[in-house]
Design a protein around this ligand. Structure first.
Ligand code: C2E
Ligand code: MG
Ligand code: MG
Ligand code: MG
Length: 282
């Protein structure tokens, strides 16, 4: 009614909204400080060849632990960085750090790195990545970039250009979280991905859900059909591992093998005496 609308006009600012706003400002400030102090660092989760159990690579996953020990998950600070325009800076710092960490691993162990959908519209992205590889001495053949379907949905042309640039420089490109986005198969068919990562939601239900398991089988078959390797995300138990291996899925990743670990634990995981840590020059 008109009276109610009038009441709304003079309503005070909602205290809950104000609190949320303050909290967001605090987080924003803390994020900028953490970025400046280089406190957001990659951790690493192994990618396993299912047939042999070999460690083929590690995915860099960003971690931010505040001074009081509170861990802020990437699902919070990545969107924050996307909104406040700091995603490029964060991403470049993380990639530089990850390349230096990877220098201490055996040569055949590769690094996979996530980029935000927004970044694929940046015409300079490919160039900057190649620059970071040059600075850190990381061969492009050891790097795989992960992108989600939303990058394709947001800006198909831009994404395709960037993917071509990356691949032209010898960097591989993987499609992350496959099956959760809204890209069309006709669009996907035009992009020569090097790997398809099957989203965790399929892996977790493929043991006891016949429909999900035939979806997974089809995705692996699709990969084989077009000559692209598949990786199952979120393998948490031996039953899922066995089933996916039997289905012919090449790679797997998940808590069954290892959780993301800090760089200093990678050496022990790889069974090496120590991993040389390279100093990061500013
Ligand atoms: P993602 O790229 O799909 O990474 C896999 C996520 O699944 C990681 O969560 C990982 O810890 C988690 N995971 C791995 N195995 C299992 C499992 O067996 N069970 C369960 N329940 N989870 C598992 P995390 O580290 O929280 O990262 C979440 C998302 O944040 C990532 O999803 C990625 O999209 C994004 N992200 C992380 N680091 C970066 C980064 O440096 N840059 C960008 N742009 N995005 C990042
Ligand atoms: Mg990923
Ligand atoms: Mg994923
Ligand atoms: Mg994911």
């Amino acid at each position: 009614t008109a009276k109610r609308d009038g009441e709304n006009l003079v309503r005070r600012v909602d205290p809950a909204m104000l609190a949320a706003f303050r909290e967001r400002l605090d987080l924003e400030r803390a994020f900028r400080a953490a970025l400046a102090q280089d406190l957001i660092r990659p951790h690493y989760q192994p990618l396993i060849r299912l047939e042999t159990g070999d460690i083929r690579g590690f995915e860099a996953l960003a971690r931010w632990t505040m001074a009081d020990g509170t861990a802020i998950p990437p699902s919070v600070f990545i969107p924050l960085a996307e909104e406040n325009g700091l995603i490029t800076e964060l991403s470049e710092r993380l990639l530089r750090r990850a390349c230096l960490d990877a220098q201490g691993w055996p040569k055949e162990v590769f690094l996979t790195f996530n980029l935000s959908p927004l970044q694929f519209s940046d015409p300079l992205l490919g160039l900057r990545i190649v620059q970071i590889l040059g600075e850190t001495g990381m061969p492009p053949s050891r790097l795989e970039i992960e992108m989600t379907e939303s990058a394709i949905v947001k800006d198909f042309e831009g994404a395709v250009k960037t993917i071509r640039q990356l691949q032209g420089s010898g960097i591989r490109v993987a499609l992350d979280d496959f099956g959760t986005g809204f890209s069309s198969l006709s669009q996907l068919a035009l992009i020569p991905f090097d790997k398809i990562k099957i989203d965790r939601s399929f892996t977790s239900s493929c043991r006891d859900n016949a429909k999900q398991s035939s979806m997974v089988r089809s995705i692996i078959g699709l990969g084989h059909g077009i000559g692209v390797a598949t990786l199952a995300e979120g393998i948490e138990n031996a039953a899922q591992f066995e089933l996916l291996r039997a289905m012919g899925c090449e790679y797997g990743q998940g808590f069954l093998f290892a959780r993301p670990m800090p760089p200093e634990e990678v050496a022990g995981y790889l069974g090496l005496a120590s991993v040389e840590r390279l100093p990061l020059s500013a």
